[in-house]
Every structure is written in C-alpha cells, then in structure tokens.
Design a protein around this ligand. Structure first.
Ligand code: B12
Ligand code: SF4
Length: 654
C-alpha cells in the first residue's frame, strides 16, 4: 500500500525484523501492547523543573497569574494516536501512579511503549525500572522527543527506540502492514477550567509533525529533519475531524497541533472553503509563524475557523527566516483588532541581549498586548544546531557527560544552561521571572485580555456583509456574556481593577446586562476563585487522575475471521475500513458483527464500508437485527449489497 504523503516505513534492524516475523506468524495470538506516559506525580514539588507539569498554560504561560490562570490538563497525545492505529490490542495509560502502572503491567504485555521528553528522562527511567521488575518479558519501546539522545545513552533503557513518525514505525515493529494516511484520528478532548469551574472543551486535532523552518533551537523541526509530515494531508481530512468533534458538541473549541499550520496554504485554503460552506462559526487555535500568517488576511484566518494563534515574537534581532513578512509590531495588533487572540513567546539569552536590551524588548512586546505571553530561555537541546554551536564554543554551563542527567532536567526553557557574555545564569532566570510578572501586572489577566479581543472582533464584524462573519460575531457575543463572572473577581483582586471595570462597562453598554446564568456565576465566582487560590497554595487537587483507554482489547473487536458460517474480512482503505462479509448470516453473527463495527467506530472519526458479497445468505429477521444495531452510527457506515438485493435491501434502506 502506498501512503499519500509517501512516508516510508523504516527498514527494521535484523533483531526487529526477526521479532516482527515471529509475531506475524503467531496469527492466533496478537502481541499485547501497553503505551504509557511518564508516571505522576510530577512537578517542582516532586523534584522536577519549575515549569514541569501537566499543563501548557498554567505551567509555561500564565504561571504568574495565580487564580486567573486558566487550567487544562494536557496528555501525551502520541499514545492515543498510535494506539488508534495499530491492529494489536493496546492499552493506553495517561499519567498513571507507580501503583497503577504496576497493576497494568501485571496483566501482561508483550510491548511497553513509553513516551518522554528530555526533561522527564529520569521519569522514563523510573517507568522502565517498573517494567523490568513487573513485566520482565516485555520489550520496552522508547519514543517521544527524549529520544533526541543517542543510542549510547538510551540503549540501557529500551529494546527499541522510535525517532520518527510513530504509527508507521510501530506497525512495522509488530509486523502489521503499512497504513495509508490519513490515519484514524482519535477524538481527544480537554476540559478548560477557570476558577475551578468547568468551561469549554477543546478537541485536539493532530494535523502534522515537524516544521521546515528549522529555527536553530527547535527540537521538533530538527527531530523530523526539517520535513513537514501532513498527518491530515488535505483540508477535507481536517474538516472531517472537525465535524466529528462538532457531533460531540456543536460549540466545541479546537486546537490544531501542527507546528506551522498555515504554511501549507493549499490545505488551509481548502479548509476555509469547507468551513464557509458549512457556515458554523468555529473557534480553532493553531500554531503559526509570522511568515505564514503574513500570507493570510485576518478575515481569511477567521473564515478558516482560526481565531487564536501561537506566534513567536522571539527577539528583535533574532533574525529567523520565519519572521519574514509583516512586521510583528503590526501583525499582533492587527490580529487582535479582528478578534484573533494571540499567544506570543519571547526568548531570553540571545547573544546580543543585555539586561537593558531584554527590558527594552519586553516593553515593546508588552505594548503589543499579546493575549497570552510566554518567556523562554534560549536553550540548547541535543539534535539542534544551537546545541552543536554551544558545544563547539564550549559554552555549556554543565559538564557533559558527568552532569548529563542534571542537564536533561534543565532542558525546560526555564533554566539558563549557556555561558552568556553579559548575563549570568541567575540574572537571566531572574529576568525571565520579571517578564512573567510584568506581563500580568501591566496587561492584566489573560482571560480578560481574551474578552477584550473577542469584543474587538464583535464590534468589527457584527454588521458584516458576510453571513459567516456575522455568525462568528454572534458566537463572540455569547462567549463574552459567559465571561461576566471574571469581571467581578478581576475588579476585586486583579492587578488592574480599573481596566477590568472599564471593559465591563463597555461590554454591558453594547451587549446588555448578563443573563441569569452568568449573573449567578458572578456571585459564586469570588468564592470559586478563593477556593482555587487555596488549592494552589496547598498543592491540593493539582494532579490528574489516571486516564486509561483500551483499544481492540475486547473479544468484540472488529477483525477478520469467521463468525459461525459468516466469513468476515476487514481491510483498511484510504478513508474507511472495508468489512467484506460472505457465507451465511444468523442472529448470533449479526449481533457479533454489529458489536465489532460499533466498537471500531467508538471514540474516533473512522468510517466503515460493509460489502455484502454476492450470494451471502440471511433471513430477514437477522438482517433486521444487524440494521437495528448499526442504526446509531449508520451515518458513518456505507453499505454495498448484492446486485440481487433481495433480503439485503432491508440493510441498505435502514
Ligand atoms: C502537548 C505538549 C505538551 C503537553 C503534554 C506533554 C506530554 N506529557 O507529552 C504538556 C503541556 C504537559 C507539555 C509539557 C512540557 N513540554 Co511539551 N509539548 C507538547 C507539544 C506541543 C505537542 C506534542 C504532541 O502531543 N504532538 C502530537 C503527537 C501526535 O505527536 P508527537 O508527540 O510528535 O508524537 C509522534 C512521534 O513523535 C512519535 N512518538 C511520540 N511518543 C512516542 C512514544 C512511542 C512509544 C513511540 C513508538 C512513538 C512516539 O509518534 C507520534 C505519532 O507519529 C510538543 C511540540 C510539538 N508540536 O510537538 C511539545 C514538546 C514535546 N514539549 C517540550 C517540552 C520542553 C515540554 C516541557 C519541558 C515544557 C516546560 N518548560 O515545562 C514540559 C514537560 C512536562 C511533561 N509532562 O512532559 C519539548 C520537548 C523537547 C525535548 N526534546 O524533550 C517539545 C518538543 C516542544 C519544543 N519544541 O521544544 N508538553
Ligand atoms: S517556526 Fe516554530 S516550529 Fe518551526 S522551526 Fe521555528 S520554532 Fe520550530
């Protein structure tokens, strides 16, 4: 089979090929796979770096914003993504405790895959020790961006190391045939909380890996050798995933994981066509560079569904090619004035920077009022040109390899690891803290900055001639109204109460007073914020519970074989899974087949095509059973019946 993107599966090493062949031959017993993240608890209180945790905003962006920091646990998405695309029965554990991991290991697994980052190298080692002790026969597979380390460093911990796109790689390891792109897309939603109150859910869209821009510090770009892998090759593929999320919740927000999403302009423009055709106003957050953003008008972005972007400000003299296009000083305010929220990141520690230069750049950066601001220290990650340069110039603060583990723990963007000509490590780290604090003090809570930006969008587009933009304005109005409770807390305990009061007044004057729901929440909000502050101070409820998902582990899983006198052959096609049946259907096989198809479709965006071979026999009552069982997901199942439709017409017309 050929993939549309032409991702070839890597030729396996001799040892791996032998294992794969052995497993393929054991057709009756498929290998059991367990995929796990590192174990909880993690965080500074547990010996990790200061920013290390489960959340991108709270850990790395709104970290100085206290109770105003929006909260949302992020997972090791790669695990579910890979699990959804293997044939082998697979269990995924997200943030298990040691005990929970051991319990799962005792159930037996042939392969245990662990995903880790450099900064959680020591956590990977802990998990490996548990696997060796409690499932000694299991082969350990290491994956994730921690595998930028070389074999000499990683070989003691893993039997196999994946340093590429994981689905094709893992399938090859298990001896499973290659799968075409787009792969099945698992539906993964994240819950956002403000003052501990559940707000929107975000559906994650895995659209691509890697980035061709090749910034010298960027781990992902160099990990994939500056190639961009389109996991969702076309705008149509992305749109299909969006529709699946909208089926779950028509108001669902979405985030696209793809490093410079808008660089693939053909894909984005096709997505725009489809979004406009559908007419439902969307709210998508995406990563983008100045270069790519400069090729779209703000309205085009909104019409693609994108109303939030993460774009690098980096440094005034950083000189990265991705900064070509509109001046960032124009771009950020322009986006904001159209209702597009901007998360922007600034880097500290460039060679040209002194404390004065950093403070000047900070002042200019904050004047752009990014909705969210991130400040990271220029850090050399193995595998990047910046790392090579620092090693050549012998400017690393630590002694490799003696201090290797201390160094990995510090690869978090919050530790200064390079000798700088005019700033000490301590100075750079203190400046970083100063930046986060100044951002909050001067620009206020990010959640209110979002309201301010949505309000700009509403004002600009409420009377637009475009029906899509008018619908989008109505969505913004709705979101603004739901944010009324934030004003109350911001006026009481925010860093800029007058600005919060002014914004509330303007909003009320334009959109009217809050309705019953937000008014009630406004009364509760100060107590909810106080509770949030208490949990933060005392580290209560700061760790997620285990999320365990199993894929194809039930005996009902859809697979080729015989169900009584019915022969079933399943085969992955480009868009859907083909299920070909022949022989004779009876009540038992009808139930069993339906259960398999439904299990296959649950929790993802796959489709199934059932092809009933010529001459397949069945009683009307059994076809009816099959039709009834499939009814709930019938819109994702297409059916081809024999040319003499006879009894099978029941299934087709159901
Ligand atoms: C989501 C995310 C997070 C989440 C979840 C982290 C987690 N536990 O996995 C949160 C917000 C918690 C987070 C935190 C941090 N993160 Co982070 N994060 C990301 C991000 C944006 C997306 C990763 C993702 O899910 N992609 C979607 C999936 C489908 O793709 P993928 O992960 O690449 O997986 C594919 C392959 O890599 C491979 N694969 C991955 N894992 C495995 C495992 C196995 C067994 C196999 C076979 C294959 C395989 O197969 C997958 C399918 O092809 C990346 C940047 C990026 N765009 O990739 C940074 C990134 C992974 N994070 C990074 C960093 C530095 C951090 C922090 C240290 C930041 C900080 N200052 O605190 C912390 C560490 C805390 C932690 N818990 O790990 C770095 C890692 C650099 C490195 N070499 O180690 C990255 C690459 C960002 C960057 N450009 O520097 N992060
Ligand atoms: S544009 Fe972003 S993702 Fe791409 S190489 Fe630069 S930092 Fe990495």
């Amino acid at each position: 089979m050929e993939t549309r993107m032409g991702i070839e599966s890597r030729p396996l090493s001799g040892k791996e090929a032998a294992t794969a062949e052995g497993l393929a031959n054991r057709s009756s017993c498929r290998p059991k796979v367990l995929l796990t993240s590192i174990c909880r608890p993690i965080g500074p209180a547990h010996g990790d770096g200061a920013s290390v945790g489960y959340e991108v905003l709270h850990g790395q962006v709104t970290r100085a914003q206290g109770v105003f920091s929006p909260r949302s646990v992020n997972y090791t998405f790669a695990l579910d993504y890979i699990a959804a695309n293997l044939d082998a029965p697979t269990v995924v554990l997200q943030y298990p405790s040691h005990r929970e991991l051991v319990r799962e290991l005792r159930k037996g697994a042939d392969y245990v895959g662990i995903s880790f980052n450099l900064v959680t190298f020591h956590r990977m080692k802990e998990a490996v020790a548990l696997v060796r002790k409690h499932a000694p026969a299991a082969k350990i597979v290491l994956g994730g961006y921690g595998t930028v380390l070389d074999d000499a460093e990683l070989a003691p911990y893993g039997d196999h190391i994946c340093r590429e796109e994981g689905v094709a790689w893992f399938r090859a390891l298990l001896g499973e045939p290659p799968r075409p792109l787009p792969y099945d897309h698992p539906l993964v939603t994240l819950q956002l909380r403000v003052f501990s109150i559940p707000m929107d859910r975000t559906g994650m869209i895995f659209a691509g890996l890697g980035c061709p821009n090749g910034c010298d510090f960027c781990s992902t770009s160099h990990f994939f050798k500056r190639r961009h892998i389109r996991l969702l090759p076309t705008g149509d593929d992305i749109f299909r995933v969006i529709e699946r999320y909208l089926e779950i919740d028509p108001r669902m927000s979405m985030a696209i994981l793809d490093e410079d999403f808008l660089l693939a302009k053909d894909r984005a423009m096709r997505l725009r066509e489809l979004v406009l055709e559908r007419g439902t106003p969307l709210s998508i957050f995406a990563f983008a560079s100045v270069k790519a953003l400069s090729r779209f008008t703000p309205q085009e972005l909104l019409e693609t569904g994108v109303d939030g972007v993460w774009v690098g400000f980096e440094g005034k003299r950083s000189g990265y090619a991705k900064q070509q296009g509109k001046a960032v000083e124009e771009l950020i305010p322009e986006l904001r004035s159209h209702g597009i929220t901007v998360l922007s990141s600034m880097i500290l520690g460039f060679d040209y920077q002194t404390p004065e230069v950093v403070r000047e750049e900070l002042a200019e950066f904050l004047a752009l009022r990014p909705t969210y601001a991130q400040f990271l220290i220029y850090g050399p990650t193995p595998g990047t040109p910046f790392f090579e340069r620092i090693m050549k110039e012998q400017r690393l603060n630590v002694n490799l390899p003696e201090d290797a583990e201390r160094y990995y723990r510090a690869c978090d963007g919050f530790s200064s690891m390079v000798r700088h000509s005019s700033m000490t490590a301590g100075e750079i780290e203190a400046l970083q803290q100063e930046c986060f604090e100044a951002d909050f003090r001067l620009n206020g809570p990010s959640i209110l900055r979002s309201v301010e930006v949505w309000f700009e969008g509403w004002k600009r587009y409420r009377d637009s001639i475009s029906p899509y933009m008018r619908a989008k304005a109505a969505r913004w109005a709705d979101e603004i109204r739901r944010a009324y409770p934030v004003f109350r807390v911001a006026k009481r305990s925010g860093p800029a109460p007058e600005a919060a009061a002014r914004l509330e007044e303007e909003v009320r004057a334009s959109l009217g007073p809050p309705s019953m729901g937000p008014r009630l929440l406004s009364w509760l909000a100060p107590a909810a914020a106080a509770w949030t502050g208490f949990t933060l101070r005392h580290d209560y409820f700061q760790h997620p519970k285990l999320v365990r998902r199993s894929y194809r582990t039930s005996p009902w899983a859809l697979r080729s074989g015989e169900l009584g006198s019915l022969r079933v052959r399943t085969e992955r096609a480009l868009r859907s899974t083909l299920v070909r049946i022949e022989g004779a259907l009876d009540t038992a096989s009808a139930r069993r087949l339906a259960a398999g198809i439904l299990a296959h479709l649950r929790g993802n965006d796959a489709e199934v095509k059932v092809v009933v071979a010529e001459g397949t026999r069945a009683e009307p009552k059994d076809v009816r059973v099959l039709a009834q069982k499939l009814a709930p997901l019938r819109h994702r199942i297409s059916i081809v019946v024999p040319s003499h439709r006879d009894v099978w017409a029941i299934l087709k017309s159901a």
